[in-house]
Ligand binder design. Structure first.
Ligand code: C5P
Length: 411
């Protein structure tokens, strides 16, 4: 047996369904591939398989409500930190519902809630009607958007005595999925580690161009993509400066500079670019601003009178930075398009002297403004376009940064 999981720490969370007896084989399968395995289980699971069996097979103490009650350590937090992969198998409908809602009323749920494991896999097993219930589907979807991946139950002979969907997936399928995700994660970590210590400057949000002291011109950009890029770059160990037109919650390790207008954003970016390695222009910068914003609030004129605003062009931040880029600096822009995505993105690559343009068709399902997901086509000079998504904006951000690291490697 190949040691494909050598030295990986796998935390197996076993919940109380009839398939819990298969946890013994799952522990063996992970161990055979070289993994360290620890088990946490619910009291209900103990009704199907003794903790002692899993302790002997894993060669580790099993965490249960009872063992937790008798120890002075905060075992669930330690266990949660230890794991490279959290595998909930079998996952009952009840546990999935609690997980989806952050409920932690037993030691298994406490451990799951405390876990920041980079790989999280759930393998549900339950009665077919419970699996088909919209509440279960809702909970599973919530967990997927929270970063869990799903090993779907199989159709097969259920404990109820008939064939239907709900049976725990084949153990090999569960093991392969965990292997695959851990491998992907290591490859991703390796490429992203190139960004460690680099200074990355990112813009986010739709700029706000003042009309008068209370009104401004703006657009539908929420800033989510730029904030996700900042978080992904921070996770990769970069020194991140985020120049944003809008405030959103973010990790304290990210240096946020609020700059509302295009002009303010340009000067904050130029200041940050002096010693930067990478610039990513995710902001939706308004192409125009008022020639002269009103100093007082504009009042309604006569009943039928209109109002004409005199606009002038804003500086193009991406182009300015692209044209002034120093050797070694990487510049990435976005192209939000509603048609001819590839042509427009390719043209922008040249026009703005960028190393990559991330095109997104904002009309596509799962893409665009204020969404939590995105679908992108990354265009680099001389390479075939690279597609990513639909996926969470954080996952897309990591794909973009992988390309940035690749551009640096190719130089
Ligand atoms: O030309 P277009 O606005 O489609 O280009 C989009 C890209 O250029 C985005 O990366 C955006 O952040 C950047 N941009 C800019 N300054 C502008 C207009 C766009 O930095 N005035």
């Amino acid at each position: 047996m190949k040691k494909t999981l050598s030295d990986k720490n796998i935390l197996l969370a076993v919940t109380g369904g009839i398939a819990a007896y298969k946890a013994a084989e799952l522990v063996r399968a992970f161990k055979k591939r070289g993994a360290n395995v620890k088990v946490v289980m619910t009291a209900a699971a103990e009704g199907f398989i003794p903790a002692k069996t899993l302790a002997i097979l894993s060669k580790e103490d099993v965490l249960t409500d009872e063992s937790q009650a008798a120890t002075a350590e905060v075992a669930h937090v330690q266990l949660a930190r230890w794991a490279d992969a959290l595998v909930v198998a079998p996952a009952t409908a009840n546990t999935l519902a609690k997980m989806a809602n952050g409920i932690a009323d037993n030691v298994l749920l406490e451990t799951i809630l405390a876990s920041a494991a980079p790989v999280k896999v759930m393998a549900p097993a339950m009665n077919d009607q419970m699996w088909a219930n919209p509440a279960t589907a809702r909970n599973v979807n919530t967990l997927i958007s929270d970063g869990f991946s799903l090993v779907e139950p199989d159709t097969g002979f259920l404990a109820e005595g008939y064939e239907a969907k709900g049976r725990l997936a084949e153990l090999n399928t569960i093991v392969s999925q965990v292997e695959e995700e851990l491998n992907e994660r290591s490859a991703e970590d390796e490429i992203l580690s190139h960004l460690k210590g680099q200074k990355v400057v990112i813009t986010a949000g739709g700029t706000r161009e003042p009309i008068d002291p209370v009104r401004f011109l703006t657009n539908r950009s929420s800033g989510k993509m730029g904030y996700a890029l900042a978080e992904a770059a921070r996770l990769a160990g970069a020194d991140v400066t985020l120049v944003a037109s809008v405030k959103r919650d973010c990790n304290a390790g990210i240096k946020v500079r609020i700059a509302e207008s295009a002009e303010a954003m340009l000067s904050a970016v130029q200041e940050a670019m002096v010693d930067a390695d990478v610039f990513i222009s995710a902001a939706a910068v308004s192409d125009y601003r008022l020639k002269e914003p009103f100093t007082d609030k504009v009042k309604k004129q006569g009943d039928d009178d209109g109002l004409t605003l005199d606009l002038v062009q804003n500086p193009d931040i991406l182009k300015t930075v692209g044209m002034a880029k120093k050797p070694g600096q990487i510049v990435v822009g976005f192209a939000a398009e509603t048609k001819d995505l590839l042509e427009n993105a390719t043209a922008k690559l040249q026009k703005k002297n960028a190393d990559m343009i991330v095109g997104n068709d904002v009309t596509k399902a799962g893409a665009g403004f204020d969404k939590d997901t995105n679908v992108v086509t990354m265009v680099r000079d001389g390479l075939a376009p690279i597609e990513a998504g639909p996926a969470s904006k954080l996952a897309i951000a990591k794909e973009i940064l992988k390309q940035v690291a690749d551009i640096q490697e190719q130089r």
